[in-house]
Design a protein around this ligand. Structure first.
Ligand code: NAD
Length: 235
């Protein structure tokens, strides 16, 4: 606690947590071997978390886990017993904790026309599931939130863009540049893996302690407004 300029006492514990915002916490990151999951695993480790990467890309996942002082477990999330094993590994490794769950939805759950019907439906379903589980688990102090990224040049998105545009040489920064020009209110600024990782870090940290059942959209404002009429704001 300290006094601010008006003489009021303010709680500085949140700011004090900032350099190592997940110190001592344990995180299981499904899909953590590459893309958004891998970027999140790195940011979590930098912030003091013990990270378990749970994925099906064994070589990639194991080498990333080693590089960040974490653990790797082969885990196909479509198999419940494998998810249970991943959680068990984390608990046995670093002990039992309360916690927070962060689900990956998408801008495609908010706005039509951004993905296939099946992908869109599954991402909408995740939003619903996060809200209902936030209700169920809130009584145990467990928070459940979603992230909804948009157009982040992971391996998945780059390979999709290569197919859409018929250019198998397309690079991640070119995808980011297309998104920045056509899919962002921040003209020219597309999303990066690290933008998503930082949003997940916030939701995993105690700084978001009163936030649950929330969908944090990381889309450069794209799903909030249409920029085609932005000429009306010019003098
Ligand atoms: N990249 C984007 O622009 C974007 C936008 C919105 C939402 N998302 C969502 O973010 C999440 C991560 O996507 P990404 O773009 O980093 O993709 P990615 O393909 O680069 O990474 C996905 C990871 O999940 C792993 N994985 C796939 N199936 C699995 C399974 N059955 N069990 C365990 N692991 C499995 C893969 O091996 C890989 O490591 C996905 O849910 C995706 O739908 C991505």
């Amino acid at each position: 606690m300290k006094m601010d300029h008006t003489g009021e006492t303010v709680d500085t514990s949140v700011q004090m947590l900032s350099p190592m915002r997940l110190r001592g916490k344990v995180a299981v990151i499904t899909g953590g071997a590459r893309g958004i999951g891998a970027a999140t695993a790195r940011v979590f480790a930098e912030n003091g978390a013990h990270v378990v990467i749970a994925d099906i890309l064994n070589e990639l996942g194991a080498s990333l886990a080693e590089s960040i002082g974490g653990r790797y477990v082969n885990c196909d999330v479509s198999k419940e017993e494998e998810v249970e094993s991943a959680v068990k590994l984390a608990v046995e490794w670093k002990g039992k904790h309360g916690g927070t769950i962060i689900c990956s939805s998408s801008s495609a759950a908010i706005m039509g026309g951004l993905a296939s019907h099946s992908y869109t439906m599954s991402k909408e379903a995740i939003l619903g599931l996060a809200r209902s589980t936030a209700c169920e688990l809130g009584v145990y102090g467990i928070r459940v939130n979603c992230i909804s990224p948009h157009g982040v040049p992971s391996e998945m998105l780059v390979s999709e863009y290569q197919k859409f545009l018929g250019n198998m040489e397309l690079k991640p920064d070119e995808v980011s540049s297309i998104v920045g020009k056509r899919g962002s209110l921040l003209h020219g600024r597309g999303g990066r893996l690290e933008d998503v990782a930082q949003a997940v870090l916030f939701l995993a940290s105690d700084e978001s302690g009163f936030i649950t059942g929330h969908n944090l959209v990381i889309d450069g404002g794209y799903t909030s407004a249409c920029s085609q009429m932005s000429f009306i704001y010019k003098d």
